[in-house]
Design a binder for this molecule. Structure first.
Ligand SMILES: Cc1ncc(COP(=O)(O)O)c(C=O)c1O
Length: 432
């Protein structure tokens, strides 16, 4: 199977199988002398050389084996749940080799991984992940929210760093079995959920830099409480102008662990100055004016929305476009779809467009900035009170005694209503 695939590629550009050596960058560039006829692909379609091969992404769900734990964990009281601190009894795990594709899936007791110190993920960050949730509805059914979106994004992220793709639909079937097995960990109150963390890593034992010849896809899950247990608390942001999270042609649109570690220091710096999160800007020339602007991208680990009234009186809900510098958030997409369906008929303009800090500052100064909020799986929406930018505090439309604006609150209600199955039969909510 794999040898047929390799015939399509220069031999040393194909994946290493078993203990074969991965290619080095020097070998790849010397090869390029002979194979430089095709133009390089656009950055948006960069992917593993064999990413499109369906044989290597196939998952056989019928061979799943389940080994149940003999030491079930105690269920923690709701008020002791801390995000990502406690995990369920089991994990889902699949291994992959370039020779055989995905091997038989397993659900095992939650346990340590055993990795050789030379495993490529530990040296070169061959790792991509997802964040999604399972919810329990009033009738006790367990539900996932748009899991196909997470699978599509994870496949894109994995392929960008030469990790294997996988059949998303088959993986959701396995995920359902895993979640069902550990469903006793999902509290049945609104606001509570099971955070699900799929993770894919390169497992080849090598210090050579090249496409990993083996990989592991595993899922762990952690019960979580509401992000705002005592009601919304609006956050304050520090706009970061001294560091950049992502750039055109980079990997900011991929959910790679390597994107997250470098963001921690600016977040800590913002915290030392009293801000909850930092706001990532990207300085660029505005082609309309020829002037430099600080374009708004995303906030911490959320996408960002701003509701403004234009000078012409037009109400607009806007967020940065998917230009490769922001993550294609599932919540962002959901907010946009609901806004187009339910706010546009009320006269709102819904925009995915570049907007600069200057635009927010002017709107705030002229009393036209209505609301700003972050969007993401963890909190659904997170209202923003103020943004510190160039030595000035930009007030984002909330009154002193107000923690959330009406659009932000409406979005939370709409999205949670679907997640918890209260909006009957909505296609985004997938029963387990
Ligand atoms: C950098 C970044 N942006 C945005 C998001 C929001 O994405 P989603 O709505 O899929 O959770 C996340 C969340 O995981 C993130 O890490």
């Amino acid at each position: 199977m794999a040898s047929a695939l390799r015939t399509a590629l220069p031999r040393s550009l194909s994946r290493a199988t078993t203990t074969a050596r991965p290619i080095t960058l020097a070998a790849a560039s010397s090869l390029r002398r002979h194979y430089s006829i095709a133009p390089p692909p656009p950055a948006t379609t960069l992917q593993a050389p064999d990413a499109a091969d369906p044989r290597l992404s196939k998952i056989n769900t019928s061979t799943l084996t389940i080994t149940k734990t003999t030491t079930p964990k105690a269920i923690l009281p709701h008020n002791e749940l801390v995000f990502g601190r406690n995990f369920t009894d089991h994990m889902l795990l699949l291994e992959w080799t370039a020779a055989d594709g995905w091997l038989d899936p397993r659900i095992t007791p939650y346990q340590n991984l055993s990795l050789d110190p030379a495993t490529c993920v530990l040296h070169y960050a061959f790792e991509a992940f997802e964040g999604m949730k399972a919810y329990k509805d009033r009738a006790g059914n367990v539900r996932l929210f748009r899991p196909d979106k997470n699978m599509a994004r994870m496949n894109k992220s994995a392929a960008r760093i030469a990790l294997p793709r996988f059949d998303g639909e088959a993986f959701i079937e396995l995920l359902k079995k895993f979640v069902k097995l550990d469903e006793r960990f999902i509290p049945s109150e609104r606001g509570y959920s099971l955070y699900i963390r799929p993770n894919i890593i390169g497992t080849q034992r090598t210090l050579g830099v090249g496409p990993p010849g083996s990989a592991m896809l595993y899922v762990i899950a952690s019960p979580v409480g509401p992000y705002y247990p005592t009601g919304f608390k609006a956050i304050s942001l520090e706009a970061t102008t001294y560091a950049v999270r992502a750039w055109p042609g980079g990997v900011g649109a991929s959910k790679l662990g390597a994107n997250y570690a470098p963001c921690v220091v600016p977040q800590v710096q913002a915290a030392t100055r009293g801000f909850h999160q930092n706001l990532w800007l990207f300085e660029d020339i505005d082609p309309a004016t020829g002037k430099k602007e600080d374009f708004v991208t995303e906030v911490g680990t959320m996408n960002l929305f701003a509701a403004v009234v234009g000078r012409d009186g037009q109400k607009e809900l806007m967020t940065a476009p998917l230009d490769g510098t922001i993550l294609d958030g599932v919540t962002r997409d959901s907010v946009l779809a609901l806004a187009r369906e339910r706010l546009a008929p009320q006269g709102w303009k819904i925009s995915e467009r570049r907007f600069a800090m200057r635009e927010l500052v002017e709107a705030a100064d002229e009393g036209r900035l209505l609301e700003v909020f972050g969007s993401g799986t963890a909190a659904v929406v997170s209202p923003v009170r103020a943004i510190s930018y160039q030595g000035k505090l930009v007030e984002c439309g909330l009154k002193a005694d107000q923690e959330v604006g009406p659009i932000t609150l409406q979005m939370k209600d709409w999205i949670e209503g679907i997640q918890y199955g209260e909006e009957e039969g909505h296609p985004w909510s997938v029963k387990v």
